[in-house]
Each structure stands twice: as structure tokens, then as C-alpha cells.
Design a protein around this ligand. Structure first.
Ligand SMILES: Cc1ncc(COP(=O)(O)O)c(C=O)c1O
Length: 451
């Protein structure tokens, strides 16, 4: 793993923090040169709590959940937004999701256990995964989850058997691979045909398996699911996927006599990681999806089903930031300037994994223009360990507090303890108050399971 070579012609953008637009959490402000989020001084917070530190703007988080609920409900009453907890999982975010009227998407037993621990209503939980273990399926069915999203014919038989043993009839959706190519990064595209997820439509396989699902005892097929990818900017991909799914439902109705009650279109709405990113709004996404469903249902003669969407990234990514302290500066003339921070691929693997882009500022110089191009590298034993590659930032000095924006999704949940690095604490900020909702890992935690 190594870094892509640096572009020596790249110029710093000269922007100050408040010019970073959609990348910023909703309550971001600059006062006396310091970055504030939720009314809390990020520099003081970093000094109090230590770094690396994940910080979430609770107002931002709640307002996006509300936006999903309202944008969909106002256009399509029979709809629900599911929070895809893989994006960011701890007990507090699940409590907030419940308070904000979300349903929940869990993948696997651990996410389900967390939902159970906070008393999330099980009938509002949807269970995903391409290889749920028999144990995980049993736990889910025993817990009384609302839907299991069945991913394969093998799993269909397993769910049916376990439900039978437990004496229940389990409502299921079938995950279909609609063959729609989403306009996004190749690594996170899951809707195209070459996918480990779901029932393929090739050779009419998915369609034939509907017959199996209807014939299987102890399960009740109520609808279909698809997820065409993540960080999607082109809304037309969703419209295309809706058309494929409704056409499929129409054929199912005609052949098998089943009128589906649920259509789950998955997650995937893109967000702004950089100033140049121009994602669609939640409202535009809702307009596109709901109008496509209404339109296609009318065209193909299908009753309008309950419409479900499963946002993860677009709920939490921009609500979250990560704070670090600058420890080492290293300039290699005509090659690169390294600014080493006290975290890296252990708290944010996305850059090392697929060269993800982020914007960063120095929180104690937040009113100053970004006048340098640097690589924010981590502290880990990998050359490719970086969080920002050749990004604009204010003049960095040792001891500065760096804030990286847009790290609320797929950072904490993909974190590791590589090099024995304890995972950062998570702090929620709101109305001038900061509360630790997940404490920092300790060295003892690192060894807690060793015998
Ligand atoms: C089945 C499913 N639903 C929802 C999501 C959430 O996607 P996003 O975070 O892009 O909204 C994912 C992400 O991989 C997924 O696999």
C-alpha cells in the first residue's frame, strides 16, 4: 500500500473554513479564529478529551433524519426511512434514530444486538447480509424482526427451516440485483450483475426463485429490495432501478398472483466530501424516487407498495468530523509535505483503501485562508496511511488541532486497533454542550479478550 504520487502543480484554494459549504456540519461557526460545532469550541474539546476524537453535530444528525422522514412522507404517505446502521453504530445514534421515527437496517448479529440493547422496536428492524449465519438468523427471528432481507436461495431455505423450528412465519423481502450501474466509485458499486449480493436477474433466476419463496413454508414474501451502490450523484440511476423493480413486481403479480406490499430501494445518496462535490439534496432524492414509484406503478398496473429507503452515509457523514493533533512536519522538496496526525488508517481507513477525498482545516486557525497543500498522514506502519492526500490547509504547526470534515460515515464502524491504537472516543455536541457517548478505548480494552 503506498500513496499516489503528489501533483506538484496543485495550488492551495485559499478558502477559509466557512467557505467550505456543504462539507461543514450544520452548526459549524468560526469565532475568534476557532472552529465551533454545536456551540462547542473544537480546540478546547480536543484539549479536554484528547485526540484523535470523533465529534458529531447532533442537530445536523437529527435534521437529516427529519428531512428524510418529511421529504418522503409529504410525497408518499406509505413510506419509511431506515437508518443503515453500518454507516455509524453506537447506542446513542440508535436511540436518536428511534426518537426521530426511523426504522433500522442491521447487517449481522452485532448490529442487531446493539439495536436490542437500546430497546429499538424489533418490528421496525430489517436484517441484511449476503451470508447471515444460521445463528444470526435464529437470533433475528427469535427477536421478532420486522423483515429479513433474503439474499440467496440457500438462505431462503435456512430462514424457512429456522422459522419453522421457532413456530413462526417470518416476513421476508428478496434482495434483487437489478443490473443498474450506479454512477459512483467502482469499489462500492453493488447493483451491477457481478455482485455477491442478492438474486441475479440473469437467466431469470430471481424470477424463478420467487416461486421458491412462495412455496417455502414458514416465510411470507412481502416484497423486494435492491441497493444499487453508495455515494451516488446521478439520481437517474435510482429512477432506472425503480423501473426495473416495478416491472419485476408486475411480472410477479401476473405470474404468481402476488401483489407486493414492500419495495425497499436501499441507500446510496451521495454527500459532499469536497467543496467541488454537488450531491442532490434529500428532497430531490425523495422527489425522484417517489415520483418514479408512482409513475411506474401506474404504468405497469401495480398497487403502490410501502416505499422504503435505507440511507446511511447521507444521514451521518457530514454530521461527523474527526479532530487530530499535529505531531510531526516533514517537507520533501518537489515531492510532498507531510503533516503527521495522531490517528490515521485506524480511525479512517477510507483514504488508504480507495483514496477517498476529504476537506480539512486547522481548527485553531479556522478564520485563516488555506494556503498550503499537504498530505495529512497517519501514525501507522503503512506508507499508504493517510487521511487527506494533497489537500489545502492553513499553515500547519506542531500542536495545531486539525479537523477533518465528513467523517461521520464508515470511519468509526470500519476502525481498527492497528498498531495497538485505542479507538477514539465519540462526543456528541449540541447547544454548547459536549457529551461523551462512547468512551475512548484503553490499553486494557485492547487486551481484554486475551487469555
Ligand atoms: C443494503 C444496504 N442498504 C443501505 C446501505 C447504506 O448505503 P449508504 O450509506 O450509501 O446510504 C448499504 C451500504 O452499503 C447497503 O449495503
Amino acid at each position: 500500500m503506498s500513496l499516489p504520487s503528489s501533483d506538484q502543480t496543485k495550488q492551495p484554494d485559499g478558502l477559509t473554513t466557512m467557505q467550505l459549504g456543504a462539507v461543514l456540519p450544520k452548526t459549524a461557526q468560526v469565532k475568534d479564529g476557532h472552529l465551533f460545532i454545536g456551540g462547542v469550541d473544537m480546540v478546547e474539546l480536543a484539549h479536554e478529551q484528547g485526540t484523535a476524537l470523533y465529534v458529531f453535530d447532533e442537530e445536523d444528525l437529527r435534521s437529516r433524519m427529519e428531512a428524510y422522514r418529511e421529504s418522503f412522507h409529504s410525497r408518499y404517505a406509505n413510506s419509511e426511512a431506515l437508518y443503515a446502521s453500518k454507516a455509524f453504530l453506537n447506542k446513542e445514534v440508535l436511540r436518536i434514530a428511534q426518537e426521530e421515527g426511523m426504522c433500522l437496517d442491521v447487517s449481522g448479529g452485532g448490529e442487531l444486538a446493539c439495536a436490542r440493547a437500546v430497546g429499538f422496536p424489533m418490528e421496525r428492524v430489517f436484517v441484511h447480509g449476503n451470508n447471515k449465519t444460521p445463528q444470526e438468523l435464529r437470533e433475528a427471528i427469535e427477536a421478532g424482526v420486522g423483515r429479513i432481507v433474503v439474499d440467496s436461495r440457500i438462505e431462503l431455505a435456512r430462514v424457512s427451516k429456522i422459522a419453522g423450528e421457532l413456530g413462526v412465519e417470518q416476513p421476508i423481502l428478496m434482495r434483487i440485483t437489478p443490473g443498474v450501474e450506479a454512477d459512483t466509485h467502482e469499489y462500492i458499486k453493488t447493483g451491477c450483475e457481478d455482485s455477491k449480493f442478492g438474486f441475479t436477474m440473469l437467466d431469470d433466476f430471481a424470477f424463478k426463485c420467487v416461486g421458491d419463496a412462495l412455496a417455502a413454508p414458514h416465510v411470507k414474501l412481502v416484497g423486494f429490495h435492491c441497493h444499487i451502490g453508495s455515494q451516488i450523484f446521478a439520481l437517474h440511476s435510482f429512477r432506472e432501478a425503480v423501473e426495473v423493480m416495478i416491472k419485476f413486481a408486475a411480472r410477479v403479480k401476473e405470474t404468481y398472483g402476488l401483489e407486493i406490499t414492500d419495495l425497499d430501494m436501499g441507500g446510496g445518496l451521495g454527500i459532499a466530501y469536497t467543496v467541488d462535490d454537488k450531491p442532490s439534496s434529500i428532497d430531490e432524492f425523495a422527489e425522484c424516487t417517489t415520483s418514479a414509484v408512482k409513475d411506474c406503478c401506474a404504468r405497469y398496473g401495480v398497487a403502490e407498495p410501502r416505499l422504503l429507503v435505507e440511507p446511511g452515509r447521507s444521514l451521518v457523514a457530514n454530521a461527523g468530523v474527526t479532530l487530530y493533533t499535529v505531531g510531526i512536519l516533514k517537507t520533501l522538496p518537489n515531492i510532498r509535505k507531510y503533516v503527521a496526525i495522531d490517528g490515521g488508517m485506524s480511525d479512517n481507513i477510507r483514504t488508504a483503501l480507495y483514496h477517498a477525498d476529504y476537506e480539512a482545516v486547522i481548527a485553531n486557525k479556522a478564520d485563516q485562508p488555506r494556503t498550503e497543500i499537504v498530505t495529512l498522514c497517519g501514525k501507522h506502519c503503512e506508507s499508504g496511511d493517510a487521511v487527506v492526500l494533497d489537500g489545502s490547509i492553513q499553515h500547519p504547526e506542531i500542536g495545531d488541532t486539525v479537523c477533518v470534515f465528513g467523517t461521520g460515515a464508515y470511519c468509526y464502524t470500519m476502525s481498527s486497533t492497528y498498531n495497538g491504537q485505542p479507538r477514539p472516543a465519540i462526543v456528541f455536541v449540541r447547544d454548547g454542550k459536549a457529551r461523551v457517548v462512547t468512551r475512548r478505548e484503553t490499553y486494557a480494552d485492547l487486551m481484554a479478550r486475551d487469555l
